[in-house]
Design a protein around this ligand. Structure first.
Ligand SMILES: C[S@@+](CC[C@H](N)C(=O)[O-])C[C@H]1O[C@@H](n2cnc3c(N)ncnc32)[C@H](O)[C@@H]1O
Length: 280
């Protein structure tokens, strides 16, 4: 058994100790002996060991110097396992997965960086076909929300894939125990975004504007977020066949697609400086 350094809170190190949850994660990923797997944050290897047994090849990305070194030693004699010492938020995906080769991303994510990591892989040119990830249950619920409870994160997730919660995970399943309940989420990633949008950055400029004041009616949000007069916001919503009095969280993905098409038609030149989601 390798000697590990104490858990580092700053790196979100809550190590999974409940083997039943490991089994649920592996089952949700429906691994086959042909699979290429990418694990983010292998930590002390609780998931890494079974993944290495099931998958044809496994790449594990770990930011912690000590853990990356320990895992490299542990898997040195297994050529199908590669440990990369890097930050998953910044990794160049083309260097870890050959172009066009399908891969699955499986991770018990560090909560402080879960959203940027998920976003990075969902927005990537070379996306995973499937993600099975552990994150805070509140974040999981937001990702999987239905119209009525939608938010920027729900739209940003569901544009790229179909998420569902596999199971909730109590704090006692980890050492040290986190303060919050967690959840395993499976996202079946679409080969292409669910909406025919010509600019992802422009689309998220619109969605962000739409959620600029979630308690207000959608026409107010668009006025405020896009800096346009009320009459123009109402015209856009009418073009998209959306009642101007609805709240932004009630809009479905299809509604956002219609609103985007209407906005593109009325304001074809206003999106050049769009920055997408990355600035959040
Ligand atoms: C919640 S722990 C999970 C560890 C292990 N997979 C398990 O289930 O016990 C998150 C892991 O991600 C690593 N980590 C934190 N930030 C990271 C980043 N930006 N890129 C890659 N790994 C990171 C931590 O060092 C830690 O090992």
């Amino acid at each position: 058994m390798p000697q590990y350094s104490p858990a580092k809170k700053s790196l979100g190190q809550n190590f999974l100790v409940d083997r039943r949850i490991v089994t649920r994660i592996i089952a949700a990923a429906e691994l086959t002996p042909e699979d290429t797997v990418l694990e983010v944050g292998p930590g002390r290897g609780t998931l890494t060991r079974p993944l290495a047994e099931y998958a044809a090849s496994l790449t594990a990305i770990e930011l912690d110097d000590d853990l990356a070194a320990a895992l490299t030693t542990e898997f040195a004699s297994e050529p199908h396992v590669r440990v990369i010492h890097a930050d998953a938020r910044e990794i160049d995906i083309s260097t870890i997965a050959p172009p066009h080769a399908p891969y699955k991303l499986i991770a018990n994510l560090p909560y402080y960086a879960a959203q940027p990591i998920v976003r990075r892989f969902l927005e990537a040119e070379h996306k995973p076909t499937l993600m099975v990830i552990m994150l805070q249950r509140e974040v999981a619920r937001t990702m999987t929300a239905a119209p009525g409870d939608m938010s920027l994160l729900s739209v940003a997730t569901q544009l790229y894939g179909k998420p569902r919660i596999v199971t909730s995970v109590p704090p006692r399943a980890f050492r040290p125990a986190p303060k919050v309940t967690s959840a395993v989420v499976r996202i079946d990633v679409f080969p292409r975004p669910a909406l025919p949008i010509d600019s992802i950055d422009a689309f998220f400029t619109l969605v962000r504007a739409g959620f600029s004041a979630p308690r207000k009616q959608i026409h107010n949000c668009l006025q405020q977020g896009l800096s346009i007069p009320r009459i123009d916001a109402e015209a856009l919503l009418s073009d998209a066949d959306i009642d101007a009095r609805r709240r932004p969280q009630t809009l479905s993905l299809v509604d956002w697609g219609s609103l985007y098409a209407a906005w593109r038609l009325r304001y074809p030149d206003t999106h050049a400086d769009a920055e997408g989601l990355r600035e959040n």
